[in-house]
Design a protein around this ligand. Structure first.
Ligand SMILES: NC(=O)c1ccc[n+]([C@@H]2O[C@H](COP(=O)([O-])OP(=O)(O)OC[C@H]3O[C@@H](n4cnc5c(N)ncnc54)[C@H](O)[C@@H]3O)[C@@H](O)[C@H]2O)c1
Length: 379
């Protein structure tokens, strides 16, 4: 098998939910795919030297630092994983790119559109690869959906309905944390909506115009001192959209949806059939073909397996299923291919800008109570 990449030195900033996910991916990517060189886990950064050292020992990184600037300027680091809260992405990504590093940054790019544009400009000026953590496009089930749509399995697609729901903020007693602060962005729009938007944009192109309503179910949450602190972000949003090419789209997102644990549901309706998907059952695609004996028509439930690449790289048997963390291993491999100058399924900063532009257009629509042309969000 051709080895496409020279070994790269990895720097990881942040070790929370996503930081661990990136660390697992960097550790696994060579073993799973075989066609990339084993990365060198050079340096890990956390909020203190001691915490960074402890996490580096767990995750297998050679060195640790409590100062992210030390990490992004280290000569042995070639690529930087940025998994810190949203408000740090722009400064960290821009500094890493200016230091000549490739960047794998978690979504969203940045709360302010100007900062996202600056990140993209830094990427373009650097000649380095800069991609975003839109892991759901890496699901073999989603790749199968894209194939079905492009090969006309449901005829002409007319409408896509998407939902993203979780309940990690549904409890009013959940204390205030960084996702409740305006410094993280609008709330469910840039925390959640960007994910299904990445799927919609991949399938049907950019959003041309949007109408959006947002809501804040809880006005206050408990702060560290036991008092009440005003919530600054909206946990729920509804969006109506028109896509380039004419497909009609809607998206509902909710971080306070009791009972929903990891729902990213898609319904795609076309002239000859329909496709259903839900991330809570991420190894299944449901396909309805309007053909044959009407008495036999119904949704076929297809379980992913080795015939849906790159499932085969993880497990040779169908129906056993991949998990969320596996999507990051796929994303990591795609990043390594992009760095090697090979074709890769990634959402670059340049493509990510269009997702951010849509989110900001949606926020403008909420403020004005009107439809907004996405292209009107400048830059
Ligand atoms: N792609 C996905 O599916 C997905 C899922 C969840 C979160 N995210 C994104 O990942 C990012 C992080 O979210 P999370 O849920 O992992 O957050 P988290 O709070 O679990 O982890 C953030 C980590 O960053 C560390 N950190 C904060 N400031 C730092 C600094 N200055 N230097 C070094 N480390 C610092 C924190 O100590 C913490 O360990 C967010 O941008 C979020 O939108 C993406």
């Amino acid at each position: 098998m051709a080895m496409s990449n020279a070994p790269l030195g990895v720097g990881l900033i942040g070790t929370g939910y996503m930081g661990k996910c990136h660390a697992l991916a960097w550790n696994a990517v060579r073993a799973v795919f075989g066609d990339v060189a084993r990365p060198r886990l050079e340096m890990l950064c956390e909020t203190s030297d001691a915490y960074a050292s402890a996490r580096a020992a767990e995750f297998g990184f050679a060195r640790a630092t409590g100062d992210w600037r030390t990490l992004v300027s280290d000569p042995a680091v070639d690529v930087v994983s940025i998994t810190t809260p949203n408000q740090f992405h722009a400064e960290m990504a821009t500094a890493a790119l200016e230091a000549g590093k490739h960047v794998w940054c978690e979504k969203p790019m940045a709360p302010a559109f100007a900062d996202a544009l600056a990140m993209n400009a830094a990427a373009e000026g650097s000649g380095r690869v800069a991609i975003l953590g839109y892991n759901y496009i890496q699901n073999p089930a989603f790749r199968e959906i894209a194939r079905l749509v492009s090969e006309g399995a449901i005829g002409t697609p007319f409408q896509i309905r998407a939902e993203m729901d979780e309940d990690f903020m549904a409890d009013p007693d959940t204390p205030f944390f960084w996702k409740n602060a305006a410094s993280s962005g609008y709330g469910a729009l840039d925390d959640f909506a960007v994910h299904p938007l990445s799927l919609i944009q991949r399938l049907f192109g950019r959003v041309e115009r949007v109408f959006c309503d947002m809501a804040m179910p809880y006005a206050t949450r408990t702060d560290e001192a036991g008092g009440q602190r005003a919530v600054e972000t909206h946990d729920m949003a509804n969006m109506l959209m028109r896509l380039e090419g004419g497909v009609q789209a809607s998206l509902q997102v909710n971080r306070c949806a009791w009972g929903r644990k990891g729902r990213i549901a898609l319904q795609i309706f076309g002239s000859k059939g329909a496709i259903l998907f839900d991330q809570e059952r991420m190894n299944e695609v449901e396909l309805y073909r309007a053909e044959g004996d009407a008495r036999q028509q119904g949704f076929a439930r297809v379980l992913t397996g080795p015939q849906h690449p790159p499932y085969d790289r993880f497990v040779p048997a169908p129906g056993h299923g991949l998990g969320f963390n596996d999507l990051k291993v796929v994303e990591c491999r795609e990043l390594l291919h992009a760095i090697a100058g090979e074709p890769a399924t990634v959402i670059s900063f340049a493509e990510g800008i269009e997702l951010e532009r849509t989110v900001h257009a949606a926020a403008r629509s909420f403020e004005s109570g009107r439809w907004v042309e996405v292209a009107a969000v400048g830059g």
